[in-house]
Write a new protein. Structure first.
Length: 235
């Protein structure tokens, strides 16, 4: 049996048989794959912790009709996320987005983005929504749906009042808005701009005002729904 080593993050899984688990991995080298982890639900199982959501490590796969995990070197399991319920659910929402957009093609950008987001969420004292908003903003931009511009995407004039056009996923001016548009408040727009240009490592020093982060969350989730047909998890 050929054996391969991959860097992977656990996106989720389902229990099968008495002590096995069918785990969804997002790997750097092969994109999203399904693997079987045998006996991992046993009390004394060696690979017990390697089956849990958020686990990031080097997974050794024996490839066949079913991919079987034979060994794991855990790099980080982001354990502290389980001590903070808000951060935990925000992390789950990030993993859920990754699960929805990942395919069986490698996507190094998405892989690195997930690690950065989870690290920030786990180890830095960042306010609720900031990490998720930044993650979703980056992911949408990488999919070709960047929308932050100073000019109306339809007529090119400088934006004074801003409206988000969900039909095309871009921001337009008051004159170009239609029934598919929603007004974007200044607080939301500044929040999106600031999150976009701030690196994950610096997010802890950012303070957004006027509920910009919450409104950004709603706008980004709605944009994601229009772009992909999929919902984000509420947290
Ligand atoms: Zn316009």
């Amino acid at each position: 049996m050929p054996s391969t080593k991959v860097k992977a993050i656990v996106l989720g899984g389902v229990n099968i048989k008495e002590k096995d688990k069918l785990v969804t991995l997002f790997t750097l080298e092969k994109g999203k794959i399904s693997v079987s982890m045998r006996g991992v639900r046993g009390e004394k199982a060696k690979l017990k912790s390697a089956k849990e959501i958020f686990t990031f490590g080097q997974y050794c796969i024996e490839e066949g009709k079913t991919n079987i995990i034979t060994a794991v070197d855990i790099i980080d399991n982001f354990y502290d996320l389980s001590k903070n319920i808000d951060a935990y659910y925000e992390g789950c929402a990030i993993i859920d987005i990754a699960n929805k957009i990942a395919s069986n093609e490698p996507n190094p950008f998405l892989f690195i983005e997930i690690i950065k987001a989870l690290k920030t969420l786990c180890y830095d004292n960042v306010r609720k929504y900031y990490v998720f908003d930044k993650f979703l903003l980056s992911v949408l931009k990488n999919m070709g749906y960047g929308f932050l511009s100073d000019k109306c995407s339809a007529c090119g004039t400088n934006l004074e009042h801003k409206f988000f056009n969900f039909d095309v996923g871009e921001i337009v001016c008051a004159r170009c808005q239609n029934s598919m548009c929603e007004k974007v408040s200044d607080a939301t727009y500044s929040a999106l701009r600031l999150l976009d240009k701030t690196e994950y490592e610096k997010l802890h020093s950012v303070r957004l005002g006027g509920m910009g982060e919450v409104q950004s969350y709603h706008l980004l989730c709605k944009d994601f729904l229009f772009r992909t047909g999929q919902n984000c998890i509420n947290f």
